[in-house]
Design a protein around this ligand. Structure first.
Ligand SMILES: [Zn+2]
Length: 89
């Protein structure tokens, strides 16, 4: 089952089955609120349509968004992971 933590850079395409209104939702803010272990099917009942107020009656699709700003900013500027001093073993 899909956890939010495995699709952090993606968006969710949400379509209301009642009124067909559609919107995109970034996954990252959801992780901040609900935790990365939250599964997709767990958040469906929590989602409410802003147009017709029906709750949990939506179609949900994972959408990969390419060309995010982070990919451009992050290149060549990464710090080594062992800089924290923590080592295993
Ligand atoms: Zn609706």
């Amino acid at each position: 089952m899909t956890q939010l933590g495995s699709i952090t850079n993606n968006h969710l395409s949400i379509t209301c089955k009642t009124c067909r209104s559609h919107r995109m939702l970034a996954v990252k803010p959801l992780i901040d609120r609900l935790g990365w272990e939250t599964r997709l099917q767990d958040i469906v009942p929590k989602l409410r349509c802003s147009a017709c107020k029906s709750k949990g009656y939506i179609e949900l699709q994972i959408v990969y968004v390419s060309g995010s700003g982070e990919a451009l900013l992050g290149a060549g500027d990464k710090k080594p992971e062992n800089e924290t001093g923590w080592k295993s073993g």
